[in-house]
Design a protein around this ligand. Sequence first.
Ligand SMILES: [Zn+2]
Ligand SMILES: [Zn+2]
Length: 190
Amino acid sequence: MSFGDAAASSSAMEDSSDASVCTICLDALDRKRIVILMHCKHQFHRTCALEWFEPNKDPSTHSCCLCRATVAEVVSENGSRVCRMFPFEEEEVYMKRLLRLHAYEADDDNIEVMKKGRGQILKDLKNLETEKELAKKERKCEEYIIDIDEERAKLEKRKCAIEMLITYYEEIRAAISSGCVELLNDAVIL
Ligand SMILES: [Zn+2]
Ligand SMILES: [Zn+2]
């Protein structure tokens, strides 16, 4: 352990007298899945940390709620990267307007980002399924399982939102290329 690490961990101890507690909800860390913030290595419940980051849409400004260190990455216990947020949720009206503009300009950047987002969600849903199986096998407490189920429900909702937007964009593109633009203008004005 370097001097820097020792200093960081001793200040962490001052902030939180018990390292086995999630300082966001103050409940024991082992009651739910955890994440580790890089590079300060502070640990929180996965769902608590994600909720903490969510209101701030720009990940480059995310900081640890315990030591304020900039968060470069959020990793799970097994070291895999945890996605901090999925864009385009709850911004349906704004996104539709944006996509419509991009559809006319034949600019597919946003749709590519969304397709990537959808891919990430599908991957995460699969991982959650595996995590749940494992948690059941290891006889984790009910709270632990509920936490997984809640995250799954949230991701399912987001998957639907992204799929709806992708379909919306593809329909506009199809309408534009088939020359139904005027009809489309009337139909999609919000
Ligand atoms: Zn917590
Ligand atoms: Zn920290």
